[in-house]
Design a protein around this ligand. Structure first.
Ligand code: NAP
Length: 300
């Protein structure tokens, strides 16, 4: 049985990956501790009976906090990644490091694996630095992506989809961006592709994951709004330039996924497919999510 340690088990991607990997028949070890504590991490890794792969999803993902507290951001995203990488190397395990489309400038979009990163804010620079840390180990793969979804244990209101759904539930007014285009996959599809990546073990050092088409963030918000007839808030379509934000926000946030289609021998799904998938998971929670909170109304 393939043994896999997952960092960030409470996060959107980490918590989804744990479920999908267990369903795939892997022996899964969630690492609940702080990745900046190298000794505790190493002790945990040493204690495992077997370790073939580490999937590193833990990260400081609050972009504005990274701007305010760059030392914290670097400690988690760069030094923490070094600790996880070293722990993987101590067992000779593969190291799958999750990175982001945001290492690119976002001026053109369609970025390929060999394109030069040009990160524009503290978070993005920390992720770019974390990639270099990961790639210093020869058994590592950097996976760049953009993820959408809702934490399987209930919304924590932290990411884009959770923000939309929480606003719909609470009838809050929304400003949605027409000028930011993404090809984000759902956490469920990413977790399945990561399971495939573990099985296939391609030679790639860097791999891009994303949908086969793209949408603006406004289009995605409107997809959910069209399925929420009881929503009474006011929606303003605007551009990201109209809002003041502490951190620089790139606009063309999409990756070329030609190589992934070859590695996984299939066409990557569409945005529409991924939104349906997220909605289906919400509806299948049957009115309550697993944390016992009220389910977010998204399916109409
Ligand atoms: N969300 C996005 O839009 C997005 C887009 C592109 C790429 N990514 C990348 O995808 C990966 C997964 O992101 P996500 O969306 O799943 O983010 P998330 O939901 O914010 O999860 C990140 C997890 O990392 C954990 N963490 C933070 N600091 C830690 C530390 N010092 N030690 C151990 N764990 C720590 C957090 O723990 P707590 O639960 O205790 O806070 C959280 O559960 C990250 O590498 C991120 O950079 C995310």
């Amino acid at each position: 049985m393939t043994s896999v340690l997952v960092t960030g088990p409470r996060g959107l991607l980490g918590s989804t990956a744990i479920r999908v990997f267990r369903d795939a028949g892997f022996e899964v070890y969630p690492y609940e501790g702080d990745i900046t504590d190298a000794a505790a991490l190493q002790a945990f890794v040493t204690s495992l009976p077997s370790l073939e792969v580490i999937v590193h999803t833990a990260a400081a993902t609050d972009v504005n906090r990274c701007e305010r507290e760059p030392e914290w951001c670097t400690a988690v995203n760069v030094d923490g990644t070094r600790n996880v990488r070293d722990a993987a190397a101590s067992r000779g395990a593969r190291f799958i490091h999750i990175s982001t489309v945001s290492v690119f400038s976002g001026k053109e979009g369609g970025y390929r694996e060999g394109d030069r990163p040009e990160p524009g804010n503290v978070y993005n620079r920390s992720k770019e630095a974390s990639e270099r840390v990961a790639l210093a180990y020869d058994r590592s793969t950097v996976v760049r992506l953009n993820v959408i979804g809702v934490h399987p244990n209930g919304s924590r209101g932290k990411n884009f989809i959770e923000w939309i759904l929480d606003a719909i539930r609470d009838n809050k007014d929304m400003q949605i961006f027409t000028d930011v285009r993404i090809n984000a996959l759902s956490s469920w599809t990413i977790a399945e592709l990561l399971a495939d990546l573990i099985r296939v073990n391609p030679p790639d050092r860097v791999l891009h994951l994303g949908t086969s088409d793209l949408r603006s963030k406004a289009d995605i918000a409107e997809w959910f709004l069209s399925r929420a007839p009881s929503y009474t808030g006011h929606v303003t379509r605007t551009t990201s330039d109209a809002l003041s934000s502490l951190a620089h926000r790139p606009k063309e946030m999409w990756l070329n996924v030609d190589r992934a289609a070859v590695v996984f021998r299939r066409t990557l799904p569409t945005v529409e497919h991924e939104l349906e998938r997220i909605s289906t998971h919400l509806l299948s929670a049957g009115g309550k999510n697993e944390a016992g909170q009220d389910r977010i109304t998204a399916g109409g």
